[in-house]
Structures are given as C-alpha cells and as structure tokens.
Ligand binder design. Structure first.
Ligand SMILES: *Cc1c(COP(=O)(O)O)cnc(C)c1O
Length: 380
C-alpha cells in the first residue's frame, strides 16, 4: 500500500489553510441538501428507530427505496431482498466490490484519469490496474485502447460516468461499445454512478446495466452523499444480480458491518422525493457550472465543457504552464485558490499533465470570489 501513502487532497488542503485559499480542490457542496431529509434523520435519532445496528445489508426500507429508484429512473427491475447492498458511502461499496470480485493477480481495467480511491482498492484486492486513456480534445474515453487492454487476465472493467475528474458523461454509443467489449470478453463491469443525478443539458445519465446483456454482469453503485448533498453522511449502495451482490455483501459485512442507521432512514426518504427535487438540483448546479466555466474560459484556460459531476477540467497550457501539477502547487500562493491536477490520477503522466480539476459545487458568491482572485493573481 506504500504507493497510496500520500494524497493530493491532503497536500492541497493543508496549503489552502496555510495561505487562506478558496478551496475548489475537494468536491463537496458548501450548502446542505433538503431540510426534509435532515428532519427524517433527526426524528430517527429522537424516536430511537435509528440508534442501534441496522440490518447488515441495509435497512429494508432503504433497500426498497433503492429498488424503486432504479425502476422509476431507469426501468431496471431490482429485487430489494437479494439485488441490493447498502454500505458506508459509495466508497466502501466500491472497495468491497473490488475485494469481492478481484483475485490476486487479476487485471482491472480503469479509465485514466481515475477517481483516486480506485487504485488503492485494486491494490487491497491484490489486483493489477491497467489504464485506458481519456484524451483528445473532449477528453473522451479511448475505446480502441479499451478493446486492446481487455485480455483473458482481465476480471473487471471499472467504469465511472458521469466521470470524475474530467466532468464528461459517456454517450450511449460509448456505453454500447464498453458493453460489447465486456460481453465479448466475459468480464464484469463495476459501474460507479455516484453522479447519476448530476448531468446537464442533453447528457442524460444512462446506467450501463440497462443495455442488453449487461444487468447480469454489472454492479451499479450509487451515493446518497452526492445525490442529496450530504457527503458527510456516507450512505452508498450497489444493485445488481444476486451472485455479484451476494459476493459484495460477504466482504462488506466484515468491513463496517453496518452503517449510519438514522441516515439510512433519511436517504430512503430522499430517494422517494418527487422529480422536481432532482430537476431543481440539476438546474441549481448547472448555474454554478456556468459561472465557473465562463469565468475560467475568460481567464484564457482551455475549458472542457462539463457534462456532469461537480467538476470542470481545464487545460493550463494556454496560460504558459508546462503542466497542471506545477500550476496547482503555485496557485494557492499566487492567487489564493486551490485546484487539483489530473496527473496524480494517472499512471501515464502524458494523459493528465495538461489538465486541472476545479469544483463548482460552491455558492455563487464563493465562485465569484475565486474568479476575482484568479483574475488578480494570474494578471488577467
Ligand atoms: C465522491 C465519489 C465517490 C464516493 O462516494 P461516497 O458516497 O462519498 O463514498 C465514489 N465515486 C466517485 C466518482 C466520487 O466522486
């Protein structure tokens, strides 16, 4: 695990505190989710429903709410008894799935740049990661490289759409190609859909499990933290066929056993909220995206138009910087703002080097203040 010792988030957050920088590095919203969801958690504490161990694979009401959510949004028929597992955030579910499904020496194919915990999870499972680049003008997944990367040693393709850190959403055509490769090679897809409700314009999220032949080979992961803006609560889940979910359950129950009783009641309530909640949530975030992406483009950065997630990726080369890591290490002192370089999420430095990730899930006044600082600090 030595290679996983340092974290760019720790480095940048320390630097942010030191110089009083605005932290657009870490992806968490600075406003809470709906009050009615909080009230359910508070009530579950006050009336004693949520204060002792909930059932190991998740509160039955929450498992039912997850199944109903998959049917309502995606037409997927999920049995809450055997097709669902609840855990301590999408994070624990992802790591459990990797440990459950990957054996010593198995290869896990993962798109580069990746979400930071994947590589540690692959190491914990004793697996070997094989990167597939997202590159070119729109940072699209290189599906020819994916086809070449999948071999008889491949156990799993780790998919993440909407994608962190790039901010892109895989198109239906891209998903169909991923599915084709998975089916032809008989591999499982672990699909991290933490940002399933955070997509914009016409980039609607499509779960790969909805494609023909995919339900039976896909573990689909969701996050209550991301969907309801309660990232500190750590309620996540997976759905999928009983053999795969059964395996994830075995590992997960020996990690945290159970988690967050009151929060499970609250997230179950949230999943049943009307469509207006989801639409307003997206619209509010789209406005923040527009503020930051317009501002960053005006500074001369090369903005990759974000189709989903909390993040905007920009190319820093137009500002004369050789790479994103240099840019991000200088930025807090130079401009009082923190961002995160893609290259720490890549094995191949060429893939991520030019790009930097900025979080826009912040109040408009914070985004405007950050842009003011950037204009002053970068002399624009
Ligand atoms: C935040 C995030 C997660 C983790 O979600 P939690 O529910 O907070 O554990 C998983 N995957 C991606 C891509 C994320 O950005």
């Amino acid at each position: 695990m030595r290679e996983h010792t340092t974290s760019i988030f720790a480095e940048m957050s320390t630097l942010a505190v030191e110089v009083g920088a605005i932290n657009l590095g870490q992806g968490f919203p600075d406003t809470d989710g709906p009050v009615e969801i909080k009230e359910v958690a508070i009530a579950a504490i006050a009336d004693g429903r949520g204060n002792q161990y909930p059932p190991p694979h998740g509160l039955p009401q929450l498992r039912t709410a997850i199944a109903e959510h998959q049917l309502r949004f995606y037409g997927l028929e999920v049995d809450p008894q055997v097709d669902v597992v609840v855990g301590t955030g999408a994070s624990e579910i992802l790591q459990s799935a990797l440990m459950a499904l990957v054996d010593e020496g198995d290869e896990v194919v993962v798109f580069e740049p990746w979400f930071d915990i994947y590589t540690a999870g692959i190491s914990l499972a004793g697996g070997r990661r094989v990167g597939v680049p997202m590159h070119g003008p729109g940072l699209r997944p290189d599906l020819e490289a994916l086809r070449a990367a999948v071999t008889p040693r491949t156990r799993l393709i780790l998919l993440n759409s909407p994608h962190n850190p790039t901010g892109i959403v895989f198109t239906p055509a891209e998903l169909r190609e991923v599915a084709r490769i998975a089916i032809e090679n008989d591999v499982v897809v672990l699909s991290d859909e933490a940002y399933e409700h955070l997509w914009f314009d016409d980039s609607a999220h499509v779960p790969i499990a909805t494609l023909p032949g995919m339900w039976e080979r896909t573990v689909t992961v969701g996050s209550g933290g991301k969907t309801f803006s309660f990232t500190g609560w750590k309620v996540g889940w997976a759905s999928g066929p009983p053999d795969l979910i059964g395996a994830v359950r075995v590992v997960r129950q020996h990690l945290s056993y159970v988690s967050g009783g009151p929060f499970q009641y609250a997230i179950a309530h949230g999943l049943g909220m009307p469509d207006a909640y989801y639409e307003d949530f997206r619209a509010g975030l789209a406005r923040k995206r527009d503020i930051l992406s317009t501002g960053l483009a005006d500074l001369g950065l090369g903005v990759i138009p974000p189709q989903g997630t909390y993040f905007i990726s920009t190319d820093v080369r137009p500002l004369g910087y050789p790479d994103g890591l240099t840019f991000c290490r200088e930025l807090p002192r130079r401009a009082g703002v923190v961002a995160i370089p893609h290259q720490v999420f890549c094995d191949d430095p060429d893939i991520g080097a030019p790009y930097v990730r900025w979080a826009f899930c912040k109040r408009p006044e914070v985004l405007h203040a950050a842009l003011d600082r950037l204009r002053a600090g970068l002399g624009r």
